[in-house]
Design a protein around this ligand. Structure first.
Ligand SMILES: [Cu+2]
Length: 198
């Protein structure tokens, strides 16, 4: 009895081993003829990709890295020049996930009015601070809030949200350096001089 079961067991195990062997052989032969059927037998078989695909993926990756570098290191925020209306230099700023524009160019001397239009519901942007002019203004949502100050000296002034997470820059340029750049000092006539004195 014992011998019989041993023999039967031995035959059975041999059969399993043989079956596995032939099964693999069949899988290998089918691999050669039908490459798509191998995914069922071996899940983690490396898939051979053509060189063009490898090059394409590499280039796409490098392109994305380049885009990130440009975004964080080279892209400059949009700057906008203030428009003078009635002696006041005015700029409209949209507050939505930051400040747009975030770089404002004004002339040193005349007063400046910044019209903040807040669209962003996040509490982060509910306040705007301009420390150099001692301004801390609340910005209600969907409303234009005007802030006025006078940059007497040329320079860069920062404005931020209440938590100093978003920021913008006010660049006050000197009027004198600007006017000498625009007009040629050699061609000054007497009438030009009179206009400057005025
Ligand atoms: Cu904030």
């Amino acid at each position: 009895m014992l011998n019989k079961t041993k023999i039967i067991g031995g035959i059975a195990s041999l059969g399993i081993v043989l079956g596995m062997g032939t099964g693999e052989a069949i899988a290998q032969t089918t691999h050669e003829t039908h490459p798509t059927s191998t995914t069922q037998t071996n899940q983690f078989r490396p898939i051979e990709q053509p060189l063009s695909n490898k090059v394409l993926v590499t280039l796409a990756g490098l392109g994305l890295i380049g885009l990130e570098l440009w975004w964080f290191l080279l892209s400059k925020p949009q700057s906008k020049k203030a428009t003078a209306t009635g002696g006041i230099q005015e700029v409209n700023i949209t507050v939505d996930g930051g400040y747009e524009p975030s770089r404002i160019v004004v002339q040193a001397g005349p007063p400046v009015r910044l019209n903040f239009h807040r669209l962003d519901p996040s509490s982060c942007l509910e306040q705007v601070l301009i420390p150099d002019f001692h301004i801390a203004a609340d910005l209600p949502i969907n409303v234009v809030t005007s802030v006025e100050f006078t940059p007497k000296k040329a320079g860069n002034y920062i404005f931020t949200c209440g938590m100093n997470m978003f920021r913008g820059e006010i660049i006050a340029e000197d009027q004198q350096t600007k006017s000498t750049k625009e007009s040629n000092p050699k061609s000054f006539s007497s009438t030009d001089k009179q206009e400057i004195i005025k």
